[in-house]
Design a protein around this ligand. Sequence first.
Ligand code: C2E
Ligand code: MG
Ligand code: MG
Ligand code: MG
Length: 288
Amino acid sequence: RAKATGRRRYEWYAKKMAEETRERISLLADLKLALDTGFLQLYYQPKIHLASGRVVGAEALLRWRHQQNYVAPDLFISVAESSGLIVEIGSWVLQQACLQSKRWRALIDPDFKMAINVSMGQLQQGSFANEVAHLLVDLAIAPSALEVEITETMAMLDADSILPDLRKLQQMGVSIAIDDFGTGFSSLGHLQNMPLNTLKIDRAFVQELASPEMASNGKKAIADTIMQLGSNLRLSLVAEGVEQQTQADYLKQAGCDFAQGYLYSPALPAAAFEQWAVQWQEEQNHRD
Ligand code: C2E
Ligand code: MG
Ligand code: MG
Ligand code: MG
């Protein structure tokens, strides 16, 4: 009996796996088409300098409109990653983001910096730093206009294969940020050997900073510890997922440099971002 149940369970599982595989394969085909036909879009979320209140950069985030709906990036990026298509998508993201950054240096802030998310598959090619170098020269863009975000897990799992490229990027003046910091398993000794400029505090730790009873909260303790660590390692600090003014106030007095989140704006299409940012800077000017 146990055997029969086991087999039934296995068959159910195998069927479910096959369905999932079919779905991912069809999603992959559609994603390829979307890349070729312009249905992938970059949205931009502003990054605010807490001390001055000014917009100093943005994070480029991919959006895919597919059959009238937006597919969650976490889903389609995992499909792209497991197929290798992420390399081609990543090159497109890099170029778009760099062009926008150049434009917004002229229009929004002379030191505007654009952050892009980079997947393991892109860095494992071993040619990413060269690709960036060529692009920046071809488009006449300052390396300081670009920041590359890698996740904490990437940085720890396979450091050897990505360190040479990260070093090259940093040497040429591109910033390196660790994304979602606090959710992975960093070895602190390791962290100190990495070419890093920025820690991005994961929003899980930022969210708790608003409540009045936060003094006794473990997540607040982690946020505080990350900020300590960042400041001791001379890294700049970005808080992700800032949704409330009380969170921003706390972060600012605790020494966090930058914030992004729905409090300011969600990610927007380029034209809407531009409008938003020009108006935002205008308001900051009147404030002083
Ligand atoms: P991430 O890099 O950690 O991006 C931050 C995510 O938090 C984004 O989700 C953003 O829309 C969301 N977010 C921003 N502010 C708030 C807030 O105040 N509250 C809440 N609840 N969420 C906020 P999104 O756009 O769905 O992206 C998810 C992930 O997909 C990203 O996480 C990143 O890992 C990946 N991703 C997005 N674009 C790209 C890309 O071009 N290349 C690669 N490799 N990965 C990307
Ligand atoms: Mg990111
Ligand atoms: Mg993040
Ligand atoms: Mg994330």
